[in-house]
Design a protein around this ligand. Structure first.
Ligand code: NAD
Length: 459
């Protein structure tokens, strides 16, 4: 049994230490989940009635969770509160949408026969989540999996374990409101424990994390033919056309790239701007990024804290240095702040090209690299020149042109005149190496179901 130690990323002091679960404990958790049918046999209305109560419970505990996230992963208080608020909204939306998405579907009927589809629970679902948005991202899979009638085993990230334990306490409250103990169980551990779970006798894995973890989970699921969904990293491009509203666009792009210190899968990581508006756009970006207040996450004024983990600061500095060595120029930011904590000033960087790490690997930091393009075709070619394909945005006042461009972009979500966040009911997931499968939408919710065709012969 190993120990997990999390570090306060502002002070670099130990935030907390906790023991991982042993294999024996995990086996027992799985055994219980496999054998108990209380939750799967409840009606969807009953399950909704119980899960809906989480909304009020989350609301009541917003401050505790936000403060834990500020201390453990350095998320500014106002960003933490926002995360809890949007999670709450998403729980409510799932409670409305899931019953519709999984109701029986009539396919064919005549005097002789009838065919319909049932969406049944799949069994024991393992949910493995990352540290960057521990509440929102975890609930995005936990809630639909539960509503579909599965017994859920959640392995949160080892880097946000105390924030996740706060969320787990809310499920303990929900258990007093009718959620069976076995319907939701937590496993504490790092990557090896995640691997152990995936290799165990479970039915489905939902992983949100890096491409490296995605490949390993894929391989390990193959051994037992476990079904899975993979929500992985992004290198999201924004394309800015000549007719874009640059004030709005610069503001939104800076917001997207600096949210949670750039540690967001859908943050803008590359910008391709029309030559005619390039100088103007770059200047506006610099003006906007200068307004971002960076500092102590407990200070209510701060827009951006520090990186949540040291390896993230090191990775971003590596990308910046690689770009500088290959000829890039920093117009603002990109330097470490202070002697304590993983703080970095958000950056705007130009003279970049696709040979640089900053343009071809997920940076996961508050850096906006901008390339000047001659025309739309060049912008689309460069946007698609990536192993990633999570989200992308197009900025233009010609909506028809924007939608034409959207058709040619290889990404799971393409937004026109906005960048960021998923929408309940609409699919979320990646093209190419950004993932396999979708969440949130009808197809995403149905991932958590076994699909059964019932064929009735009447006479
Ligand atoms: P990570 O891949 O290191 O870890 C994610 C989770 O997977 C952790 O709980 C970890 O313990 C576990 N894990 C790692 N290897 C495993 C294995 N072989 N088997 C089972 N479990 C394993 O990712 P991270 O650093 O925690 O998170 C950042 C990454 O997550 C970024 O790439 C980011 O883009 C991505 N992300 C994607 C989305 C999305 O919706 N697509 C959302 C948030 C984060």
């Amino acid at each position: 049994m190993g120990l997990i130690t999390t570090i306060n990323p502002s002070t670099e002091e130990v935030y907390g230490v906790i023991e991982e679960n042993s294999n024996e404990e995990i086996n027992e958790i799985i055994r219980k989940a496999k054998n108990d049918k209380t939750w799967p046999l409840m009606s969807i209305d009953e399950r909704v009635r119980i899960i809906e109560k989480l909304v009020g419970i989350l609301e009541e505990h917003t401050e505790t969770i936000s403060k834990t996230m500020a201390g453990e992963i350095g998320k500014p208080l106002k960003a933490g509160r926002h995360e809890v608020e949007i999670s709450n909204k998403r729980v409510r939306e799932f409670c409305n949408l899931v019953p519709v998405f999984i109701q029986d579907e009539e396919i064919f009927e005549n005097d002789i026969e009838r065919n319909y589809i049932r969406y049944e629970s799949i069994g024991t679902v393992v949910i493995i989540s990352p540290w960057n948005a521990p509440v929102f991202v975890s609930l995005a899979s936990i809630i639909p999996a539960l509503l579909c009638g599965n017994n859920v085993i959640w392995k949160p990230s080892e880097y946000a374990i105390f924030s996740c334990l706060e969320l787990n306490k809310l499920f303990d409250i929900l258990k007093k409101e009718g959620l069976p103990d076995v319907a939701f169980q937590i496993v504490i551990g790092g990557k090896e424990i995640g691997k152990y779970l995936v290799e165990s006798d479970i039915d489905f894995v939902s992983l949100t994390g890096s491409i490296i973890a995605g490949k390993e989970v894929f391989e390990n699921c193959a051994q037992k033919l476990h079904k899975f969904v993979l929500e992985l990293g992004g290198k999201d491009p924004a394309i800015i056309l000549e007719d874009a509203d640059l004030d709005k666009c610069a503001k939104e792009i800076v917001k997207s790239a600096t949210m949670y210190t750039g540690q967001v899968c859908f943050g803008v990581e590359r910008v391709y701007c029309a030559e005619k508006r390039y100088d103007e756009f770059v200047q506006k970006c610099v003006d906007e990024i200068k307004k971002i207040k960076v500092g102590d996450p407990f200070n209510e004024e701060m827009d951006m804290g520090q990186f949540s983990v040291k390896f993230q600061l090191e990775k971003v500095l590596l990308h910046i240095n690689d770009a500088l060595q290959k000829g890039a120029k920093i117009l603002y930011g990109g330097t470490k702040i202070g002697n304590k904590g993983y703080f970095l000033s958000p950056a705007v960087i130009v003279n970049v090209n696709h040979s640089m790490l900053i343009m071809n690997e997920e940076t996961f930091g508050p850096v906006i690299p901008i390339i000047k393009v001659n025309d739309v075709n060049e912008a689309i070619r460069l946007a698609n020149d990536s192993i990633y394909g999570l989200t992308a945005s197009v900025w233009t006042s010609d909506l028809m042109k924007g939608e034409e461009i959207a058709k040619r972009i290889e990404a799971g979500t393409v937004e026109i005149n906005r960048h960021g966040m998923s929408k309940a009911g609409c699919p979320w997931g990646g093209y190419k190496m950004s993932g396999i499968g979708r969440i949130y939408s009808k197809e995403g919710v149905r991932n958590f179901c076994n699909i059964k065709h019932v064929w009735v012969v009447k006479r």
